[in-house]
Design a protein around this ligand. Structure first.
Ligand code: GLC
Ligand code: MG
Length: 786
């Protein structure tokens, strides 16, 4: 399905690609990081603003232009920071009829690099849910881009019951290997790039996604294959398109572009054909070998000039180390081989100059060259093709596919400078062949790499997914006030609600006087929960989240939520989970009370058992998906991937239209963690267990000094939870969510990270410094240095 050799078929498919209710499709694209806006893209301004940004914008527009699509929302992070343009703070921006950018809060206003966004993604997911409620429609597809969005996509696809499609863009396991090969220490790779958090997010996205869209076969074969969750059957190769309005061949109206002066000032005979290279100044792009090839092939100097567009710079001296080294090597080679007057290396250009430079090279009957050591995709070759410019390209990676499709040039071994020189000479000297290549180039780009073609293939594939998504029916429920209340307190039972008789009395008095909803979330099963509440004389809750959120029941009649039960059945295979975990050291099955349809529970001995991550891996290796929740340093609960206390709570929020911010949650241990993070207002009671220490300093997490229910009462006061407010806004005591001194430790508490749970072992993120190199470039390459 990866080739689109039949445009007619796209047309015929239109009427079939419809969502289940007869309306056109509603698609949410999620791409969290970088600087995204509709025009004047700042590609290459930093490592987070590159090919992916172009990809998602062009995809959004092309999808919306298709007759079977109603609405496309491109969801990204809102940035309100004087260091970047004001555009990035606008809440919505229309891209085209039916397509807009929607910017949601995530981790404050400042523009920060993607490696620092991890702790804020739960909150981003809540914002997505809120946005979805305001649209009033569940998306037919949630398409996540890159690991961060993959994590968010997996969460909300679970909450909303909509299928997730995922595109990795670049993969953490591959990056880690590359950095280690370069000689970086594993600790550095970890602290600078949060690489294991990223990889875990990728695994979770792969766990959940119904479909993975890759750009090349090599990506599927060699990159995704490194993942525990490698499922080639769920992967499809659909290469990205190129904007064919921007990248087009020179025509009769062709006029000298402004950028030409910037190029020609370097050249003695500027009218000669151009050998053009456009890339980031990254050692892997192997530009030195190209200059060497040019130098050692004497005829080339007479035949053509060499033009190197290697990003923007004010001064080589002020570049980061790697681009500085690349440019310095280029200068040395020019001088050593006395290439002065033959090589241009312009200092500045704008994004819009790039298509003009390709056209200039095509006009001068030149050739584009990509000498990279390895090229995962090779978007520049397609841009060259669309401009009518033949190519000479590395034989390693994506260019194989592209040249096979477009037949507009030849492949070379990037390590063989002599061969590269010969290839360039041959490409330039045979005029007839040049014309043939140039013609093939334009035709091939239109045939294989148009966005409309991409969307045609895309919709053909996702049609199957959306058909499967049946309409969800909301069961009628009695015995609960949930549809009426505007606020809801959900508390854990053991060591939170109960433990102090006196505290519990105080809490009961508060609740009696108020009209808020009341729910419990517990590791116990429903019978055991009912028993203990009776014993402690706690009134029946409006909602029961029992067995660690794997079961939801409502009100005094204890009506089960069958929708939830169906919803979390997804990819759950209880028997196989039990079989595989039987062999793991340090785990002992709990008794019958602990075992439920959607919950397998163990007593865990932290001294004997392997790290949770390894247990997760053992399951994945067998193709099983599960959510592992470790608590009290003594229990391990294994749940379906869509289940946990936090996920159950968000399911409630969506189902009953309660904003997540109007839910106050209280807990003491690891199995409470997922409901304490994100946009809920959270209380951690004074007697909490160690594993929650890492939440200190998180926004909206209040660490009470009071123990048990005393802590809940204290938290209610802290958040002024019972004070009705007509505008639905909150005002807290103290300054900020963690205003009181008792809360100590800075913005990023120390992470006792030994035991991650299903939410991903969130490796502690340090503030500031160690910024990923801010690479300066304009090449729009799908493979920007991520
Ligand atoms: C309760 C449950 C047990 C579970 C534990 C941690 O004690 O009975 O099955 O493992 O909570 O969630
Ligand atoms: Mg507890």
């Amino acid at each position: 399905m990866e080739s689109r050799d039949d445009d007619q078929r796209d047309q015929n498919d239109h009427d079939e690609v419809e969502s289940h209710d007869g309306e056109g499709l509603y698609i949410q694209l999620i791409s969290v990081h970088g600087l995204i806006r509709g025009r004047d893209l700042e590609l290459g301004r930093d490592a987070d603003t590159g090919g992916q940004v172009t990809y998602v914008l062009e995809l959004a527009r092309a999808l919306a232009a298709h007759p079977s699509v109603d609405r496309v929302d491109l969801l990204t992070r809102r940035i309100d920071d004087p260091r970047v343009g004001e555009d990035y703070s606008r809440e919505t921006e229309e891209l085209a009829p039916g397509a807009s950018i929607v910017r949601l809060e995530c981790g404050g206003r400042r523009y920060i690099r993607k490696e620092l966004l991890w702790p804020h993604l739960d909150s981003f997911a809540d914002q997505v849910l809120r946005h979805t409620r305001s649209v009033g429609r569940i998306p037919d597809v949630i398409h996540s881009h890159y690991a961060d969005a993959g994590y968010v996509g997996a969460l909300i696809s679970g909450f909303l019951g909509a299928p997730q499609v995922h595109t990795g863009h670049s993969l953490g396991r591959v990056k880690r290997q590359r950095l280690l090969d370069k000689g970086l220490k594993p600790e550095t790779v970890e602290s600078k790039y949060n690489i294991s958090t990223r990889i875990e997010a990728e695994e979770q996205a792969l766990d959940n996604a119904s479909l993975v869209v890759a750009s090349t076969h090599q990506e599927v074969r060699e990159q995704y294959a490194l993942y525990d969750n490698y499922q080639p059957k769920r992967m499809v190769v659909i290469p990205p398109g190129v904007d064919l309005d921007r990248f087009r061949p020179p025509d009769r109206r062709w006029r000298r572009p402004r950028i030409q002066a910037e190029v020609e000032r370097f050249l003695r005979e500027p009218k000669k054909p151009i050998i053009l290279a456009i890339s980031r100044a990254d050692p892997r792009k192997n530009v030195g070998a190209l200059v060497r090839a040019y130098a050692i092939t004497p005829e080339l100097r007479d035949m053509a000039n060499l033009v190197l567009v290697l990003g923007n710079r004010d001064s080589i001296r002020s570049l980061d180390k790697e681009p500085r080294e690349v440019l310095t090597e280029v200068l040395h080679l020019i001088d050593d081989h006395d290439l002065h007057g033959h090589v241009a290396y312009p200092k500045h250009h704008e994004a819009d100059d790039i298509p003009r430079i390709y056209r200039l090279a095509a006009h001068r009957r030149g050739v584009f060259v990509n000498p990279a050591l390895t090229e995962p995709f090779g978007l520049t070759l397609i841009e060259a093709a669309a401009s009518g410019l033949p190519v000479v390209a590395t034989n390693d990676g994506g260019p194989q596919d592209i040249i096979e499709n477009c037949k507009h040039g030849m492949l070379v071994d990037p390590l063989d400078a002599e061969a590269m020189g010969k290839a360039l000479r041959d490409a330039l000297s045979d005029r007839r062949r040049w014309r043939g290549w140039s013609r093939n180039a334009v035709r091939g780009a239109h045939r294989h790499y148009s966005w409309s073609g991409h969307v045609g293939s895309y919709l053909r594939v996702i049609r199957n997914l959306t058909r499967k998504t049946a309409r969800r029916k909301v069961p009628a429920v009695t015995g609960t006030r949930l549809p009426l209340v505007e606020r809801l307190l959900i508390t854990d039972i053991d060591n939170t609600l109960i433990g102090s008789e006196e505290g519990l009395e105080a809490l009961k008095r508060l609740l009696e006087e108020s009209r808020i909803g009341f729910g419990i979330a517990t590791g116990r099963n429903i019978d055991s929960a009912r028993r203990v509440l009776k014993k402690w004389k706690v009134p029946d809750p409006d909602v029961w989240l029992t067995s660690v959120g794997s079961e939801i029941n409502y009100g005094s009649k204890v009506v089960p939520d069958a929708g939830w039960d169906r919803h979390i059945e997804y990819r759950w295979d209880r028997d196989r989970v039990v079989a595989i975990l039987a062999d793991i050291r340090g785990l002992r099955l709990q008794g019958a009370e602990g075992q439920r349809k959607h919950k397998v529970s163990y007593y865990a001995d932290p001294k004997k058992m392997p790290p949770i991550r390894d247990i997760a891996r053992a399951l994945r290796k067998d193709g099983l998906a599960a959510n592992l929740i470790y608590s009290h340093g003594a229990y391990l609960d294994v749940l379906p991937i869509r289940a946990s206390k936090g996920r159950a709570l968000r399911f409630l929020a969506v189902k009953w239209g309660l904003p997540v911010e109007s839910i106050l949650v209280a807990g003491d241990s690891g199995n409470d963690e997922e409901m304490l993070t994100g946009d809920t207002r959270a209380i951690v009671v004074g007697n909490h267990s160690d594993e929650l220490g890492k939440l200190r300093g998180r926004p909206n997490v209040y660490f009470a000094t009071g123990e048990y229910a005393h802590g809940i009462v204290e938290g209610i006061e802290h958040y002024r939870f019972l004070e009705a407010r007509s505008n639905g806004e909150w005002e807290e005591n103290g300054n900020g969510a963690n205003g009181n001194g008792a809360n100590g430790s800075g913005a990023n508490g120390s992470g006792a990270n030994g035991n991650g749970n299903g939410a991903g072992e969130r490796v502690t993120v340090e503030n500031g410094s160690a910024g990923e190199a801010l690479v300066d470039t304009t090449a729009r390459e799908a493979e920007t240095g991520k």
